[in-house]
Design a protein around this ligand. Structure first.
Ligand code: SAM
Length: 303
């Protein structure tokens, strides 16, 4: 199977909790739709169309987080009063947003990972980390919504494409939300050079290399290639320095034939704790987990 297809299947498994076979069938259908919608386009245009789809998934995630507010107080796994501001921008995005929301494990998968990562951020802050880097930030509003970040005087660096960050800025501004000085937007495409371009961009916004950082890589690695995963991990371990951590979501087949622990170790991390969503389900929701929940995984690796 071509490696880009393998990545798309893993990303879909992570998102939906579908088996490998089910995810492969859906991905093939999606690829066919993509080609049918844009026949005879070059590789660059096809890549752009695909990255647009990835950027648009952020809207579905925001819808899940917005809905959390309508649950009873004892039932909520997190608070995100900003999520409702990120409403799909056009008919096509609305349609793809709904397609994700109709998947059987999408809601609970996003709820569980959001809560787990919130807890990981609180732990990182309690351990003394004061730099939080959201890689592929999308409409993640942790920099606005988590009081612990402000209380600990931590700084948040949101890394995403320029286009996605400017959409985010516009929607927050339409809701009359001012972005605080503790939150910096860092436009960057993961295709560019991490060691120079991202490093320079972060430092320009005040990031202190080797002073320790917590990287959040949520719902992203399923969309990038193995080389980009390796480069990103090496970059995080080296620019963050001692005590740095990364928390990331993936599907159980993402690192095949390696494991997440082996891959992070090669990049300079020393420990890697993995947890599957069926365990998170028992921890946060109680009761019997959705049958394929185990395919979605989260890990925390520490330098
Ligand atoms: C599925 S969304 C997840 C957003 C966010 N982490 C969350 O969980 O709410 C993936 C994000 O990664 C960003 N992304 C994907 N490929 C990227 C690339 N090559 N360079 C920069 N950002 C990218 C997309 O723009 C999108 O905002």
């Amino acid at each position: 199977m071509p490696s880009h297809l393998k990545k798309l299947v893993a990303a879909r498994m992570e998102k939906t909790g579908e088996s490998h076979q089910q995810a492969l069938r859906q991905v093939r259908a999606q690829e066919d739709r993509l080609r049918a919608g844009a026949p005879n386009v070059g590789i660059r245009q096809e890549r752009l169309a695909r990255s647009r789809v990835v950027a648009d998934t952020a809207f579905s995630i925001a819808r899940v987080r917005a809905q959390e507010g309508s649950r009873g107080e004892g039932e909520r796994l997190f608070e995100d009063p900003y999520a409702h501001m990120f409403a799909a921008v056009d008919e096509q995005t609305l349609e793809s947003t709904q397609r994700y929301l109709d998947l059987p494990f999408f809601y609970d998968g996003v709820r569980l990972r959001t809560r787990f990562i919130d807890d990981a951020v609180r732990d990182g802050l309690a351990a003394g980390l004061r730099q939080l880097v959201l890689l592929g930030a999308g409409f993640d509003a942790r920099g606005l919504r988590m009081p612990e970040i402000r209380q600990r005087r931590a700084r948040v660096y949101e890394v995403d494409t320029g286009e996605q960050l400017s959409r985010k800025r516009k929607m927050l501004s339409a809701g009359k939300i001012e972005i605080p000085a503790s939150v910096a937007y860092v436009p960057f495409d993961f295709d560019a050079d991490f060691e120079t371009a991202l490093s320079d961009a972060l430092v320009k916004k005040g990031f202190r290399p080797h002073a320790g950082a917590l990287f959040v890589w949520e719902g992203v690695i399923g969309y990038i290639g193995s080389d980009e995963i390796d480069r990103s991990l090496r970059f995080m371990a080296s620019i963050g320095g001692p005590r740095s951590r990364v928390v990331f979501t993936y599907a159980e087949s993402t690192f095949d034939p390696e494991s997440a622990a082996e891959c992070t170790r090669r990049a300079g991390f020393t420990t890697c704790e993995e947890v599957a969503a069926d365990e998170l389900w028992r921890r946060y929701l109680g009761g019997e987990p959705y049958e394929h929940a185990h395919v979605m995984k989260i890990a925390i690796a520490t330098v």
